[in-house]
Design a protein around this ligand. Structure first.
Ligand SMILES: Nc1ncnc2c1ncn2[C@@H]1O[C@H](COP(=O)(O)OP(=O)(O)OP(=O)(O)O)[C@@H](O)[C@H]1O
Ligand SMILES: [Mg+2]
Length: 378
């Protein structure tokens, strides 16, 4: 009888491709036709609210859930039917899941031992992974003898030890306090730079993590991919109100569109207030409703190009800035302005303004979706 060969692990740079991947539990579809490509060496953040299907998407790549339809590719390999241990993937799950009865070094060696790697190679790889995550001095400790941040590093070292071409991270920082989190964020950015061939899918519902780390962000909601782009694209030019509100802070104002002017700006009426903003290429149909998005830090206090008058409802001092909440025509507008020596009093009448190029026009939030191909009959 032949001895089983250790599972071959492909370590060539490989991207991840979801091809119409759907996952269902019973009748409940929790991932709906996901089409998404992570390029080799790219860090893609999966961002979305709780229950939107982020972990499910990760588990489909790892092989812990079987799609009801669609295919998962790693590089050019179709891995849809492959068991998890044959995929050569490193994964850090929500909550780390270190083995409590094993020392740090044995935790990190786990994947290599499961693959029956030679003993010398295991020792080398474990040392390398612990070095990379700054945990070399803790090899003999047990997980209970480590802080949350240190356990986090061990979990990452364990995932890296097999030298995966694909790394899956599920909310890796969610258990850490705010200060540790920002330190680990810098560490992860460094790891991403040091591992240019490793494709990373990074699940988070923290937009700061996504904006800071990701080469691109995929925005999920209700089991579906809503948007995908670089952090700058999604932040500066969001395509939907959902993306605008989930990637960064946003004021979303219901407006009625007017005529396009010779300077390329479009009229937008917010109640009785007439505004002019850049249309962003979308054909404007006068009379149509739309959502105007402007970021709070781009709203200034005082009169300006697009002036809005309202009543101060709340003033929040945030150290370097003041956040003003101002009621305008039944809408509460957020403005983040440089710290004011004399902030306005509650109930005071104030003027706010923003530049035409700092606003983005989006499809009206409540409007029904357009029928593709204009396929209405009469
Ligand atoms: N094993 C399971 N059996 C049945 N339903 C499940 C199972 N795992 C997940 N679900 C459901 O699938 C949906 C998506 O879950 P998923 O864990 O992918 O969400 P998520 O985006 O990772 O959320 P969170 O941010 O809270 O971690 C949820 O409605 C969840 O209840
Ligand atoms: Mg999750």
């Amino acid at each position: 009888m032949s001895v089983a060969a250790p599972a071959a692990v492909d370590t060539r740079p490989a991207g991840i491709r979801f091809d119409q991947v759907s996952v269902a539990y019973g009748k409940h579809t929790v991932l709906d036709g996901l089409d998404l490509t992570v390029e080799p060496g790219e860090l893609m953040a999966l961002l979305g609210p709780s229950g939107s299907g982020k972990t499910t998407a990760l588990r489909a790549v790892a092989g812990f859930v079987r799609p009801v339809s669609g295919r998962v590719f790693l590089g050019d390999r179709d891995v849809t039917a492959l068991p998890p241990h044959r995929r050569g993937i490193g994964m850090v799950v929500q909550g780390y899941a270190l083995f409590p009865h094993m020392r740090v070094a044995d935790n990190v060696a786990f994947g290599l031992k499961a693959r029956k790697s030679p003993r010398r190679e295991i020792a080398e790889r474990v040392a390398e992974a612990l070095e990379m995550t700054g945990m070399a001095a803790y090899a003999r400790r047990y997980p209970r003898e480590l802080s949350g941040g240190q356990q986090q590093r061990v979990a990452i070292a364990r995932a890296l030890a097999i030298r995966p071409s694909v790394l899956l991270l599920d909310e890796p920082l969610s258990a850490l306090d705010a200060r540790l989190r920002s330190g680990m964020l810098a560490e992860l950015a460094r790891l991403h730079r040091e591992l240019p061939d490793v494709s990373i899918l990074y699940v988070t519902h923290d937009q700061i993590e996504a904006l800071t780390l990701a080469d691109r962000i995929a925005v999920m909601d209700h089991a579906r991919l809503q948007d995908c782009g670089t952090p700058q694209e999604l932040y500066r030019r969001p395509r939907t109100a959902f993306t605008a509100s989930f990637v960064g802070n946003a004021n979303l104002l219901p407006v009625t569109l007017g005529e396009e002017g010779p300077d390329g700006t479009v009229g937008a009426a917010l109640g009785a207030t007439r505004l002019r903003v850049h249309g962003g290429g979308a054909p404007a149909s006068p009379g149509a409703t739309a959502t105007l998005c402007v970021r709070p830090h781009l709203v200034g206090l005082g009169p300006g190009p697009n002036t809005l008058r309202g009543t101060v409802a709340e003033v929040q001092w945030r150290g370097a800035t003041h956040r003003l909440l101002v009621d305008i025509a039944g809408i509460r507008l957020k403005a983040d302005v440089r710290e004011l020596r004399t902030p306005p009093a509650l109930g005071a009448e104030v003027e706010l303004h923003f530049a035409a190029e700092d606003a983005v026009l989006l499809p009206a939030t409540a409007a029904p979706e357009a029928v593709p191909g204009g396929g209405g009959h009469g």
